[in-house]
Design a protein around this ligand. Structure first.
Ligand SMILES: Nc1ncnc2c1ncn2[C@@H]1O[C@H](COP(=O)(O)OP(=O)(O)OP(=O)(O)O)[C@@H](O)[C@H]1O
Length: 279
């Protein structure tokens, strides 16, 4: 991959964008993070394999969101934030000199805890806004195709195909979250980061978003932060357990196949956490 691949303004044929398979894995090597003087993550090394879902679990404040945000260079948007170590997308350093944060964020998209569509903007325009924000120029027809493909892949198309001109804010919370996923997919990212994407949703909407994650798996590499142990078991193939204490920054205690972490964890602290004995 060259920086030209990461250029923020690109001409992307709709067909290419719609059919791209994000088979790029992520890896961190000895990543540490600071807010000012305070170290909040200590030498986290993890592999997040291509096309799989990796769940980040652990008690509140152990650094899961910080870790997620440093993967696509959002951490550096906080004043005083510091970082050491390496983040590799398909083997390439996303912090390489000259690499633009915006271009990294186009390849590594993010969905947040609370659905954040543009409420007054139509469903169609919400999805298309992903393209506009990324500076991707397409024809009208390509845009129509991309909007449809993104909504299909986000599992929302059949629910909204007849009302694409209605405002995104008129959708239910769960539909809004899937709209945000569609907006992220429109720019054809390789990786999707999800920070507790269901914590503001009811159980039915949660199930629909989990089904969407299942639909996307294989095409995209997904990293999800969740406090819900059942959800981690349902959606992920790999899992990493983070832990911090008042005087120790967040570290990965254990990582591996989800089944192993839940059924036969190597570390007693992992066992205690996944069995609800603390946190
Ligand atoms: N913008 C910030 N400025 C200063 N400190 C921060 C900032 N964001 C997070 N922190 C601190 O960094 C540590 C890790 O926070 P982080 O949000 O990454 O944890 P988390 O595991 O995601 O927590 P939760 O599960 O509650 O969301 C915490 O001690 C938190 O107070």
């Amino acid at each position: 991959m060259t920086d030209a691949d990461l250029a923020p303004t690109v001409q992307m044929p709709a067909v290419q964008a719609a059919t791209a398979t994000g088979t790029h894995g992520l890896e961190t090597r000895a990543v540490s993070a600071w807010f000012g003087e305070r170290k909040v993550l200590d030498r986290v090394s993890l592999t997040m394999p291509a096309g799989q879902v990796t769940a980040l679990i652990g008690p509140s404040g152990c650094g899961k969101s910080t870790y997620l945000r440093l993967l696509n260079r959002m951490h550096e948007m906080v004043r005083g934030a510091g970082l050491a170590g390496e983040v590799l997308l398909d083997g390439d350093d996303v912090y390489a000199p000259g690499r633009l944060p915006a271009s990294v964020r186009r390849r590594i998209g993010m969905v947040f805890q609370r659905p954040n569509p543009f409420p007054a903007m139509s469903i169609y325009d919400n999805v298309a806004s992903g393209l506009k924000l990324a500076g991707i120029k397409v024809t009208h027809q390509e845009r129509d195709e991309l909007v449809e493909t993104s909504l299909v892949r986000a599992g929302l198309w059949t629910e909204v195909r007849d009302r694409l001109k209605t405002p995104g804010g008129a959708l239910s919370g769960g539909q809004q979250q899937r709209l945000c996923i569609a907006r992220s997919l429109a720019v054809s990212p390789d990786v999707l980061l999800m920070d507790e994407p269901c914590s503001a949703l009811d159980p039915t909407s949660t199930r629909r978003v989990e089904e969407t994650i299942e639909l996307l798996r294989g095409r995209l590499t997904i990293v999800i932060v969740t406090h819900n142990m059942q959800q981690a078991q349902r959606v992920s193939q790999r899992c990493a357990f983070f832990l911090a204490s008042h005087d120790t920054p967040g570290r990965v205690v254990e990582s591996g196949p989800t089944e192993q972490l839940f059924d036969s964890p190597r570390d007693e602290r992992t066992s205690d956490y996944v069995n609800g004995r603390f946190g």
